[in-house]
Design a protein around this ligand. Sequence first.
Ligand code: EPU
Length: 339
Amino acid sequence: MQLERNADLRPLTTFGVPARTKWLGRFTSVEELRALLQAPEVNGQPRLVLGGGSNMLFTRDWPGVVLMNEIPGIHMFREDAHHAWVTAGAGVVWHALVRHCVDQDWGGLENLSLIPGKVGAAPMQNIGAYGVEIKDHFDHLEALRIEDGEVVTFDREACAFGYRESFFKRAGRDRYIILSVTFRLNKAPHTLNTSYGNIQQELEQRGIASPTLRDVSDAVIAIRRSKLPDPAVTGNAGSFFKNPVVPQALAERLKETHPGLASYPAGPGEVKLAAGWLIEQAGWKGYHGNGHGVHDKQALVLVNRGGATGQAIFDLSQRILDSVRERFGVELEREVNII
Ligand code: EPU
């Protein structure tokens, strides 16, 4: 366990905006976490857990303690003829887990290649991409219950996963710290999920007729690299907004005036709209502000091109929200956690 005073948060988040925390604690095990929570310097202070910092925007300094989850390790939890259960520490880099599974020929997570962040953050918002969400392959997780220091197991139902949603963003917010996550993956022969987006097209371009898990993972990596900015180069937190779910009647009205509207079915009487399309139509794609702006290849992604503050990025997101509401009557919701 390590405790640092007045620490710089800029290198710990992918937006790379200036912010400091009164205390920064790092832990690599549940024992270290318990010790940190009881340390007199930080006991009773506002707490915030950070994984890869890839879904956070700091608009101010943090007045308490930021806890960096660095619990390592990937191991096989159990296996049978058809499945392998793999457990990863919350501090494992998400993409490292995905590639580990691809290397072992365990199927399920390959469409989720290259999503930034750490394993412990993945269940918080049920990360998803290219037609797969982690809930599809989730088995259980272990979390420390802060009020009594007990380790509690959550199955899929207890996590109450939804689209970029879970128990840990709602009723469980600030009450648990995720320690490890276990996924149930498929052994060969694999059923690949290549129907979403450009995966099939990317595979064809590569001349691959019967893809392996690695081929799918490589295709997803190429697609993401072509559309999404690399946080090591341009500060960002992936999609800044969720794709809004609206009543079908509203979607149909909008389609009359905007035939190009990108939408997907989302349950009875409801339709999910592509927020990136709405934001692009509202004229924001490629916007350049004072160091901040909107990515030129994907309008859902707000960027820090260098020197932007969190507050400036937040204000830009408010202007985008207002203009999409005005133009389409659709209320966008932020996906990124705002501090
Ligand atoms: N579109 C536009 N203009 C844009 C961006 C998108 O017209 O600037 C249109 C596209 O042409 C397409 C539709 O919107 O018809 C959907 O675009 P895309 O396939 O790029 O996906 P998305 O809905 O914008 C979601 C996730 C991404 C995930 C991709 C791929 C959310 C909020 N975002 O984006 O997740 O990678 O699908 O599955 O659900 C993230 O959460 O950080 C993230 C990057």
